[in-house]
Write a new protein. Structure first.
Length: 194
């Protein structure tokens, strides 16, 4: 087993633990957690009726939970395009980061929600934002997971294929390593064109 393979396994386990166990609540996050957690839950579920009701309170569209996730992040992660669109129309900030530096764009790309990737990019999302835990971009994350639709959307929108993560791997390196031949082909053609 290569060190790259071990890193991918460790990262996958870490993300699973983060998503299911939640983040440690700090003194600074206690107020945030108790402000409007129901807004984040409504976005995670794609419940537009509840979302509309909760958004009647001014200034809460970007409320955060203990992991620093926003409603837009949860909706993007779970593929609720109508909810993402609604939150953006209500002024949600597109490039907010959670504790690890992950953005809504990264979360959508990592789950192959290509239509949400497109919508976030059209709303000004930073296509080459790098998260702090592994140095991954939305393109690297999508390529690593073999998500061809998201990779195509990111390439069509001008994602930088030459960016390297903390292990010095590009999106193409990850696609090849994980056996995602279709994604590797897209990336290989894009790299050759550059």
């Amino acid at each position: 087993m290569t060190s790259l393979h071990k890193s991918a396994i460790i990262f996958g386990f870490s993300m699973t633990m983060l998503l299911f166990a939640g983040c440690k609540t700090t003194v600074e996050s206690l107020e945030t957690v108790n402000v409007e957690p129901s807004l984040i839950v409504a976005a995670e579920q794609g419940n537009l009726t509840e979302l509309d009701r909760l958004l009647q309170t001014p200034g809460i569209v970007d409320v955060r939970d203990s992991c620093q996730w926003t409603a837009l992040m949860k909706a993007s992660l779970n593929g609720h395009i109508s909810t993402v669109e609604h939150l953006l129309n209500k002024g949600a900030l597109v490039d907010l980061e959670d504790e690890g530096g992950y953005t809504s764009l990264m979360l959508a790309a990592s789950n192959n929600h290509a239509s949400i990737v497109r919508l976030l990019l059209e709303s000004g999302a930073n296509i080459d934002q790098i998260e702090v835990t592994n140095g991954w971009t939305a393109l690297i994350w999508a390529a690593m997971s073999g998500h061809s639709k998201s990779v195509q959307q990111l390439l069509n929108s001008g994602a930088n294929t030459m960016l390297r993560d903390n292990k010095n791997f590009t999106a193409l390196d990850w696609a090849q390593h994980n056996g995602h031949d279709e994604v590797a082909d897209y990336l290989g053609l894009s790299v050759a064109a550059d």
